[in-house]
Design a protein around this ligand. Structure first.
Ligand SMILES: O=C(O)C(=O)C[C@H](O)[C@H](O)COP(=O)(O)O
Length: 208
């Protein structure tokens, strides 16, 4: 996995915007903001009925690397990949999702929080996992402790990451990128057609 283009792009970007679409009309603004900030990747969550349509729309130009998040079933993974998703993120280890993605050579980042989870991830042949919910499960301190025995793993923490703690997370070399809704959200884009969202990203790009 660590040579896969998705991994390399995440390593370069260091920020993984997590986006839930309830209105597709904002997607061109979202795409423009990301491209303008040289942050050409996004995780679209299955937290709304528009996830597949949003993945398809955001993938169309080829300018963004689009992934699917909150993937809890193989059916969701199949629909996401068929519509352009290049990586899959789950809140937990869902074996049928992991096995399907591996078969398709699509990077998959299941959520882990404990040594037991990491052991299962290792046995499934994974070397990059999401750490979720990062703040509740001990934050950077927990990731450092888990990295002792699970030294082969890289982590993408999400859940409670924000502009004040992201630099601390990113300072640890086992952290590939941090993810979260704080990077770009529909609620903020809606406020003024993306101006505020763009300013938030200006600031985050300086911190990371
Ligand atoms: O939906 C998923 O698949 C998840 O894994 C959960 C998200 O990563 C976190 O809920 C993001 O948390 P916030 O950035 O604090 O909003």
């Amino acid at each position: 996995m660590k040579q896969h283009p998705v991994y390399l792009k995440m390593k370069e970007a260091r920020l993984l915007p997590l986006y839930t679409a309830t209105d597709l009309t904002y997607l061109p603004i979202v795409e423009k903001i990301l491209v303008d900030h040289s942050l050409p990747l996004i995780e679209v969550t299955f937290r709304s009925d528009l996830a597949v349509a949003a993945i398809k729309q955001l993938s169309a130009s080829g300018d963004l690397m689009v992934g699917a998040g909150t993937v809890k079933t193989k059916e969701q993974a199949v629909a996401a990949i068929e519509n352009g998703a290049q990586f899959i993120v789950s809140p937990a280890i869902v074996p049928e999702v992991v096995l399907y993605c591996k078969e398709k050579n699509i990077p998959v980042f299941p959520g882990v929080a404990t040594p037991g989870d990491l052991q299962r991830a290792l046995e499934l042949g994974l070397d990059v996992v999401k750490f979720f919910p990062a703040d509740v499960y001990g934050g950077l301190k927990a990731i450092k402790a888990l990295s002792g025995p699970y030294f082969e793993m890289s982590f993408v923490p999400t859940g409670g990451i924000n502009k004040n703690n992201l630099a601390e997370y990113l300072s640890f070399d086992k952290i590939l990128a941090v993810g979260g809704s704080f990077i770009l959200s529909e609620d903020v884009v809606k406020e003024d057609n993306g101006e505020k969202a763009s300013l938030i990203l200006d600031e985050l790009m300086k911190i990371k």
